[in-house]
Design a protein around this ligand. Structure first.
Ligand code: DGL
Length: 280
């Protein structure tokens, strides 16, 4: 069990922000990444479709023999978390909880912004998770949450447009209303958004703390494996394997830029049809 890989999936390159943090925190773990690049974006789709995609992604990783799955996609976390936990007998960690808990810890004024995909914002999952986290922390702090969907951020990142004039214009358009709300904390509620961190930071100004849940997710991954006695014991740093459902060359180019290292193994695969039949 200990030597089995960790599975991580997202609709595209966004989850690589989580993979990077997981590899830094757990350098001995083998990691398998699936980017569903044929069907990105997830965030503009309906719950039923996102659930189906998430089931197929998880089933694919389970067939590869992973010991746990990190759902490195807030949209799939918000829409399919219960379904995944019901259908598969394997530990799942989703990105939503760690991000909400980090925001609850960091805010001083209780005025928190959340930016995410349309599906994630529409689900209200972040608002619920942040309120729960604030209550759990027993701070008694009044929170006000201001949410905004930023659908164009995902295609910008998938195109590698993370530090361009176009990105700045789009950020200004989406974030100006949030600036007026005088928030002190902004949750980057989509794993693609940390790749636009410098543009988002410039637009919001220095007084706003940006929450990127990747490190918190890596820490919770380590805790989950440790509690289950499933941490890798090998002395050698392990390699990653990367799978995409389309446009492998583009993924390759952008992924190497994000990770700052060459990809060891990249393969284009089909996940369609991996479904409930594969339920463990
Ligand atoms: N990166 C994903 C998320 O965290 C999905 C973005 C998308 O495919 O729309 O929500």
């Amino acid at each position: 069990m200990n030597s089995l890989p960790i599975g991580i999936f997202d609709s595209g390159v966004g989850g690589l922000t989580v993979l990077k943090a997981v590899r830094q925190r757990l350098p001995r773990e083998r990691v398998i990444y699936l980017g569903d690049t044929a069907r990105v974006p997830y965030g503009t789709k309906s719950r039923g479709t996102i659930e189906r995609y998430a089931i197929e992604d998880a089933a694919f990783l389970i067939e590869k023999g992973v010991k746990m799955i990190v759902v490195a996609c807030n949209t799939a976390s918000a829409m399919a978390r219960e379904t995944l936990r019901r259908d598969f007998n394997i530990p799942f960690l989703t990105v939503l909880g760690p991000g909400a808990r980090a925001a609850a810890r960091v805010t001083r004024t209780g005025r928190i912004g959340v930016i995410a995909t349309e599906a994630t914002i529409g689900s209200g999952a972040y608002e619920r998770a942040i309120r729960e986290a604030c209550q759990g922390a027993g701070s008694g702090k009044e929170v006000e949450i201001f949410s905004r969907a930023c659908p164009l951020f995902v295609p910008l990142v998938e195109e590698g447009e993370t530090d361009s004039q176009v990105a700045r214009l789009v950020a200004e358009q989406y974030l100006a209303p949030l600036r007026k709300r005088e928030i002190d904390t902004l949750v980057l509620g989509c794993t693609h958004y940390p790749l636009l961190k410098s543009v988002i930071g410039e637009t919001m100004g220095e007084s706003v703390r940006l929450i990127d849940s990747a490190e918190a997710v890596a820490e919770e991954t380590a805790q989950l494996l440790e509690q289950g006695g499933c941490l890798a014991t090998s002395e050698e740093p392990n390699e990653g394997r990367f799978y995409v459902t389309d446009a492998a060359e583009r993924f390759h180019r952008i992924a190497e830029r994000i990770l700052g290292a060459p990809l060891e193994h990249l393969e284009a695969v089909e996940v369609w049809g991996h479904d409930r039949l594969h339920t463990t």
